[in-house]
Write a protein that binds this ligand. Structure first.
Ligand SMILES: [Zn+2]
Length: 258
């Protein structure tokens, strides 16, 4: 598969500029000393600069080289301290970040970055998988999932459902907006991966109504989505993950011959 050439719109400075513009749209409290956009860009820098931990980033943020990189690439004049960083990012509704994923995906489409990713009859392969990113027996919030153990102890957790476009011949993947698996407002029951998948696919369909997708997922989604999204029955073995043994065309219950 041909590696897409680096195009100006897809260069790091251009993508980071898009990120900053999208973050600026998120409502902020003007009385805060460091604007929310800089907290969000610092979150991006943490991963972009490949820091192994938030602690390491916190220790380095005032060092000359790091400060220069944060200013030049991420537009951050003053990086927030560890505690403030967590507090302010905790307040951000994950849905507010969807527009960034949408804009970056459009940029990728315009820059022909999706070339070579289509796999089956012009469809893109969409892989969904859940992952945990927080677990504690003490610290918790109203949106925490709760796991009650047999010995009477309780674990609080947060998970999310990741979504990426994949291609068997390409080691890179194209991430789409993930869906948090959180206890919904006022709900007594835990949220689950299945419900998160429904929300994720509904949002994806609304934001990309013409994107042809084959989804690696059991047909747990609503009928409306099944009419527009092909799906693959999940293979039993992870090694076969990218071999669509059974592909179902949109709106049909019988597999289509490959
Ligand atoms: Zn929580």
């Amino acid at each position: 598969m041909r590696t897409p050439q680096l195009r100006q719109a897809l260069s790091a400075p251009s993508l980071l500029h898009t990120a900053r513009q999208c973050f600026l749209e998120i409502p902020d409290d003007p009385s805060c000393d460091i604007p929310l956009v800089d907290h969000l860009m610092a979150g991006l820098a943490l991963f972009g600069l490949k820091y192994p931990s938030l602690l390491q980033f916190d220790e380095d943020r005032r060092a000359g080289t790091t400060q220069a990189n944060l200013r030049a690439l991420y537009g951050i004049e003053q990086a927030p301290c560890d505690t403030r960083f967590r507090e302010r990012l905790d307040e951000v509704d994950p849905r507010a970040l969807r527009s960034l994923y949408r804009h970056l995906f459009s940029q990728l489409q315009r820059g022909k970055g999706l070339e070579g990713f289509s796999y089956l009859d012009g469809h893109y392969l969409l892989s969904l998988d859940g992952t945990g990113y927080f677990s504690s027996s003490k610290v918790h919030c109203a949106q925490c999932g709760e796991k009650h153990h047999r010995n009477g102890t309780l674990t609080f957790y947060h998970q999310m459902l990741g979504a990426v476009l994949v291609h068997p011949d390409c080691k890179e993947v194209i991430p789409l907006a993930p869906e948090p698996i959180l206890k919904q407002d006022g709900a007594k029951k835990n949220d689950c991966e299945r419900n998160a998948a429904k929300r994720l696919l509904m949002d994806l369909r609304r934001e990309h109504p013409h994107l042809k997708l084959v989804c690696f997922r059991q047909p747990c989604v609503d009928r409306d989505l099944r009419r527009t999204t092909m799906y693959v029955r999940r293979p039993a073995s992870p090694q076969n993950y990218l071999i669509p043994a059974q592909v179902f065309s949109a709106g049909h219950d019988k597999p289509i011959p490959l």
